[in-house]
Write a protein that binds this ligand. Structure first.
Ligand code: AMP
Length: 281
C-alpha cells in the first residue's frame, strides 16, 4: 500500500494502475475510519481490481462554527486499517495541496444543495461536491463508493456526475449500525456515555416510522409528527429536521406512494448526528 501526498503523484499512480484496463475503485473519506468506512472499502475491494482510498478532512464543507478543528484525525491507525483491507493507494493530501492559495472555483449542484442538511449547514454541499469533483479528476476512478448514511450527499453526487457527464459509476453501500441501532459515525466519539444513550432516539424514531408505515400509514405529516414526538421525549436531544422526500430530487413528498427517503438530523448535546431510512411501498 502506498501513501501519497501530492496530486501529481496520485494522478500518475492512478493512471498507471488503470493502464491495463483494470477497474479502479475510489473510497473518499475524512478518516477516523470505522466499520462504516470499512464496509465501503470491502465492497470496493470486491468490485474493483485496484482500490484507492482518500483521507482528507475537507475544510470547505464545514461551517465557521462547526467542528473542523476538533474533527478526529487518526492517520496512523487509518493507514493500518486500510493496509489490512488490501487497499493499494491512500491519498492523504494537505489542505494547501487540495486548495491552492486563492482557489475560487466551486462545483455547485443548485437546489438540491439547499435541502435537508444543506438548509442548516449553508455551503456544506458546495464543499462536498467541489472536493469530490477534484478527487474524481485526480484519481479518475471507474467506480466510487459512498454510504447511504449520507443519503442527501449520495443524491447530490449522483446529480453532479449525471449533469457533468463524469465517467464514474456511483455505488451506494448500506448504513452500518452498532448492535443497538446507532448509525456508526466518526462524530459518535464526541458523545458522553449519557449522550450515547440519548442518541439512540434517532434510530428509535425511524424504527417507529417504519412500523407505522408497515401498519398502513402513508401520510407524511403523520409520520413526521410521530418522529417529532419521539425526539421531544428525549430532553437532551434537539431535532434539527425530519423530512420525507424523494430520494433523488430531495423534494418533500406529502405521502409515501413510492420509494421514499425519511431523513433526520438532531443535536445530541453539542453533537449533530444524522440518520435515515428508505420506505418501500
Ligand atoms: P466521512 O468520513 O464521514 O466523510 O464518510 C466517508 C464515507 O463513508 C461516506 O460515503 C459516508 O456515507 C460513509 N459512511 C460513514 N458512516 C457510515 C456508516 N455508518 N455506514 C455506511 N457508510 C458510512
Amino acid at each position: 500500500m502506498k501513501l501519497v501526498r501530492s496530486i501529481s503523484e496520485m494522478n500518475a499512480l492512478c493512471r498507471a494502475a488503470r493502464s491495463g484496463g483494470e477497474l479502479l475503485g475510489l473510497v473518499p473519506t475524512m478518516g477516523a475510519l470505522h466499520e462504516g468506512h470499512l464496509s465501503l472499502v470491502r465492497t470496493a475491494r470486491k468490485k474493483s481490481d485496484v482500490v484507492a482510498a482518500t483521507i482528507f478532512v475537507n475544510p470547505t464543507q464545514f461551517g465557521p462554527n462547526e467542528d473542523f478543528a476538533k474533527y478526529p484525525r487518526a492517520l496512523e491507525s487509518d493507514r493500518a486499517l486500510l493496509e489490512r483491507e488490501g487497499v493499494e493507494l491512500v491519498f492523504a493530501p494537505s489542505v494547501e495541496e487540495m486548495y491552492p492559495q486563492g482557489a475560487v472555483t466551486w462545483v455547485v449542484v443548485e437546489g438540491l444543495s439547499e435541502r435537508l442538511c444543506g438548509k442548516s449547514r449553508p455551503g456544506h454541499f458546495r464543499g462536498v461536491t467541489t472536493v469530490v469533483a477534484k478527487l474524481f479528476h485526480i484519481v479518475g476512478p471507474d467506480l466510487a463508493f459512498f454510504g447511504q448514511k449520507d443519503a442527501a450527499q449520495v443524491a447530490i453526487i449522483q446529480r453532479m456526475v449525471r449533469d457533468l457527464g463524469m465517467p464514474v459509476t456511483i455505488e451506494v453501500c448500506p448504513i452500518v449500525r452498532q448492535t443497538d441501532g446507532l448509525a456508526i459515525s466518526s462524530r459518535n466519539a464526541y458523545l458522553s456515555a449519557q449522550e450515547r444513550k440519548s442518541a439512540l432516539v434517532l434510530h428509535r424514531s425511524l424504527t417507529r416510522v417504519q412500523k407505522l408505515f408497515e401498519s398502513g400509514e402513508r401520510d407524511s405529516a403523520s409520520l413526521i409528527s410521530a418522529t417529532k414526538h419521539e425526539v421531544a421525549a428525549e430532553p437532551t436531544v434537539r431535532l434539527d429536521y425530519v423530512e420525507i422526500v424523494d430520494p433523488e430530487t430531495l423534494e418533500p413528498e406529502t405521502a409515501v406512494t413510492k420509494s421514499t427517503l425519511v431523513a433526520m438530523a438532531a443535536f445530541v448535546g453539542q453533537t449533530r448526528l444524522i440518520d435515515n431510512i428508505v420506505l418501500e411501498p
